[in-house]
Write a new protein. Structure first.
Length: 208
């Protein structure tokens, strides 16, 4: 194989983790990152105010609605969506830069964002996270404490509709136990890294 400077660099892969609100997507993504050195987390932009434990630039990049919509106008997002009055989006530049450098990326997105990415990046891996049951999902939403009855019902009904999207995802994980769910997500990542189609250039170099 050529050792010249500028030789082909294998692009990174990305896993988009989606599912209804309250299912534990962010917790799963961050748990996997702790297990796999070098796996990057795509920090989303949002117009939502930060929660007390959240840090700007680590959990989200918090911006005004004016700035967010200006970024939409400049087509800076690989995907974006509005949820319950707030905007969320994935930076196209950050995502492209990571992948071109050969870094693997994990994204925490909603179902509409996942569908947009599926169209724009057909080589991605799409994982849908399910709660153990709808009853447990409703309990998780209630445990957040900030939900009023009308808002809770809306989120729950939306979650049921989002679950109907499951048919086009590559993988499904039931998040009944965090350690098991992380193991499944890790297994998906490792299996995809060994997929023959992704290794063809390396295989061809080996044969030569």
């Amino acid at each position: 194989m050529s050792s010249k400077k500028g030789a082909h660099r294998e692009e990174g892969i990305f896993i988009a983790v989606a599912g209804p609100s309250g299912v534990g997507k962010t917790t799963l993504c961050k748990a996997l990152i702790r297990q796999i050195p070098g796996l990057k987390f795509s920090v989303s932009y949002t117009t939502r105010p930060p929660r007390p434990s959240e840090v700007d630039g680590r959990d989200y990049i918090f911006v005004s609605e004016k700035e967010f919509r200006e970024r939409i106008r400049r087509e800076e997002f690989a995907e974006w969506a509005e949820n319950y009055g707030f905007l969320y989006g994935t930076s196209r530049e950050t995502m492209t830069d990571y992948l071109k450098k050969g870094c693997d990326l994990i994204l925490d997105v909603d179902t509409r964002g996942a569908r947009s990415l599926k169209v724009a990046y057909p080589g991605g891996i799409f994982v849908f996270i399910l709660p153990p049951s709808l009853k447990v999902l409703k309990e998780r939403l209630m445990s957040r404490g900030a939900e009023k009855n009308a808002s809770l019902d809306k989120r729950f009904n939306n979650a049921v509709e989002e679950i109907r999207e499951i048919i086009w995802y590559d993988y499904v994980i039931f998040n009944d136990r965090l350690d098991s769910a992380v193991d499944y997500l890790r297994g998906i990542y490792l299996a995809e890294k060994s997929r023959r189609e992704r290794l063809m250039k390396k295989i061809e170099g080996f044969i030569k």
